[in-house]
Structures are given as C-alpha cells and as structure tokens.
Ligand binder design. Structure first.
Ligand SMILES: [Zn+2]
Length: 383
C-alpha cells in the first residue's frame, strides 16, 4: 500500500508472473488540494433509512476526454490518480467519495433530525491500464487478479471500525450513469446495512433459522433452480448462474457459489479460478445479445458484517441490465421508483434460453477456447 499526494491509500495488485515494479516509479508527484470535507448522513424517519448527502460530488470528473483520463497510467502529459507508468489492477480511495474517509459507528438509535458525518469508504478499482474496452475483454489472468483484489479489499474494509457491509460493484455504460469510460469498478464500505441488503438478510435469516442452521436460502434457491433447469445459464463445479424465477430486470442473472461462503475473502483458489472463467463468460454473453455493448450493473452481494446476518448470508452476483431491446431501456418509473414494485417485460425462461443460445454464437466469433469454458449448459434444460 502507498499513498497519493493528498494522503489517500492506493494499492496495486499484479497478475501472476508480473515482475516487481520499482517503488520509485509509484510516487505521486502531483500537488493536490486537501481532501474535501466528508458529506453528511441524514436519517429518513419515514423509511428508517440513511441517506448520504454528498453535495461535493457535483464537481467530480465527468466523462473526460481520453487524454485526460484520471485512471490511465501516469504519463508526463497526464498525471493521473495512478502514479505509475503501468499497472495491472489498482485500487485507490475515491477523490470524491460519497462516504468517508473517516470510519466509525453511526448513531445507534437514529430518529428525525439525526445526522452524522458520512463515514465509510469508497474505493475505485481500475481493472486494466487499457483505456478502451470492457471487463469482458480482460482475459482470465487479469480477472483472477481482480477477484483477488476484491477479496483483499473485502477483508481489509470489513476490519475497519464501524463498517457494516462491503459492496463491490461495476456500473457499465453511459446509460447506467457511468462518468468515466475506462474499465473500472467501485467498492463501497457502508457504516450501516443498506436497505436492499437488510431485506435480503431478513429473508435469509428467517430461512436459516427455520432450517436449524443447516441451509442458506441462496444455496437452496440454487438447488431448486438447478433441478428445474429452465432458467439455468451456466453450471460449473463451484459456481452456477441462472435467471431468477422472479427476475425484476429485462436482463438479470445470479451467479452463485455452490459452497455457502459469506464473501470473496472466503473463496478458495479453485473457486476463484472458476469464478474468473464463468464471470467472463456471463459478461460476454450479455454483450453478445445485441449489436452494441449491453449496459449493466454487476452487484456483488456479500453477507453484512453484523454477526446475526453473517451465517445466513451468502456471496452472490446479481448482474442486471435495464436493456429490454436493442434500442430500448427500461426506466424505473412510478411503480418501480416510487413503490419498489417491479414489472418485468421479459419472461425469465426466455431470457435464460437466449443466454444459453448465445454461447454457440460466441464460439463462432472466435473466443479463444481457453477462455470459453467447456460446455456448461444445464442438464435439465429444455432444448
Ligand atoms: Zn483511461
């Protein structure tokens, strides 16, 4: 770990086999203004949810030209957030964070009018030094490095005081609101359990208790989907992917480890190896559905850190896209945005069938055999 000119942490994760980089090549020589004051957390008494008020983010970098990209390697003409002439994967604290940089507990019994500094941590994960391209084009070795970086950051951020949940994610595509084209993701470490995670944790906890601690809900749903087969997309030895029975989004796939683990840090080497294959395969299939790249949100759900939610929770990916046709996006309007009541225009079984079918087309456009894992079409799926 080293520090950027304004004191933010930066970490480099190299692919297996990359030669060690001289430390003097990693010094940030910029003069940066002091870090902005943290934003504010306000408690919404109507919904009993925290809202982060981060007005300073309005000034953040928005779709800069490629020669001013802040996450490309540093050159004499463009001194970037990554003070290195080259890198494989880099993780650094966001210069315009919604949460942080301080970490500590938020008030335990908040009510109307309760505020707190917006504590927590927001990190940026640069997946590649290449400005153009996408995660799906990274290749297996680099993806494996990204998975190790996610695991490292999950463990380190989980250990910070006051952190309740660690959330690695990628927003891909300007349609999703991406403000930088360079392939990158983010990690948010929240000082509270987020509303969506709290709903999932409640369901998971109840199921776990009813099974006397013998089964997680995520694993049982995976088993049910595998024996049904009609919504399966990929089946591996350690991970499988399916379109959920009640998918909310026009494109939605859940990628689930067979072994119930709470987070990335708990995955073993063989699981990480296969995950790298299967995740790339999923992203390629998303992109193969339409003539242009598919916008998506890759949301890695990890068990919240509160002990009561820990055992029942399970790592899994929820990969979603609002794209409902080549030139049409689903917008969250009245029912979804105001009420959280989703109406999906696509049939989950048809989406799964399309995602199975594009595997053949991918092979046809020359995806290297080593990167396209062996046939993983589901056993029970109708032809
Ligand atoms: Zn760039």
């Amino acid at each position: 770990m080293s520090r950027l000119a304004d004191g933010r942490e930066i970490l480099f994760f190299d692919d297996a086999g990359t030669a060690e980089r001289p430390p003097e090549s990693l010094v940030d020589r910029r003069e940066l203004p002091a870090r902005p004051e943290p934003g504010q957390l306000r408690f919404d008494a109507l919904s009993r949810e925290w809202v982060a008020v981060a007005a300073h983010r309005q000034s953040r970098t928005h779709l800069p030209p490629a020669d001013q990209c802040p996450i490309c390697p540093t050159t004499p003409a463009n001194q970037t957030e990554i003070p290195a002439p080259d890198y494989d994967v880099a993780v650094f604290e966001n210069r315009f964070p919604s949460l942080g940089p301080a970490t500590h507990d938020v008030p335990a019994a908040p009510d109307w009018g309760t505020t707190a500094p917006a504590v927590g941590r927001c990190e940026v994960v640069a997946f590649t030094p290449q400005h153009a391209g996408s995660f799906a084009e990274l290749g297996w070795k680099r993806t494996r490095t990204v998975i190790d970086a996610w695991a490292h950051r999950t463990e380190a951020l989980s250990a910070l005081s006051g952190i309740q949940q660690v959330f690695p994610f990628e927003n891909r595509g300007a349609d999703i609101g991406v403000t930088l084209h360079h392939p990158h993701g983010q990690i948010y470490a929240y000082p509270y359990v987020t509303p969506r995670a709290a709903v999932l944790a409640a369901a998971a906890g109840e199921y776990f208790d009813h099974s006397d601690g013998t089964a997680t809900l995520t694993s049982s749903l995976l088993q049910a989907e595998r024996s049904d087969g009609s919504r399966m997309v990929l089946e591996g030895e350690h991970f499988s992917a399916y379109v959920p029975f009640a998918a909310r989004w026009p494109l939605e796939v859940h990628l689930v480890p067979h072994r119930p683990v709470p987070d990335f840090a708990a995955l073993n080497g063989a699981e990480r190896d296969e995950l790298a294959h299967l995740y790339l395969e999923l992203l390629r299939r998303f992109d193969a559905l339409y003539p242009t790249p598919t916008p998506y949100i890759a949301a890695w759900h990890q068990a919240p850190l509160e002990p009561a939610m820990r055992q029942a929770g399970q790592l899994h990916l929820q990969l979603t896209s609002p794209r409902r046709a080549a030139d049409k996006l689903k917008y969250l309007a009245g029912s979804e945005a105001a009420m959280g009541a989703f109406i999906n225009d696509t049939r989950p079984e048809s989406v799964a069938a399309r995602l199975r079918d594009v595997a053949g087309e991918l092979a046809a456009v020359g995806i290297p055999a080593a990167l396209a894992p062996a046939p993983l079409t589901p056993k029970g799926a109708p032809a």
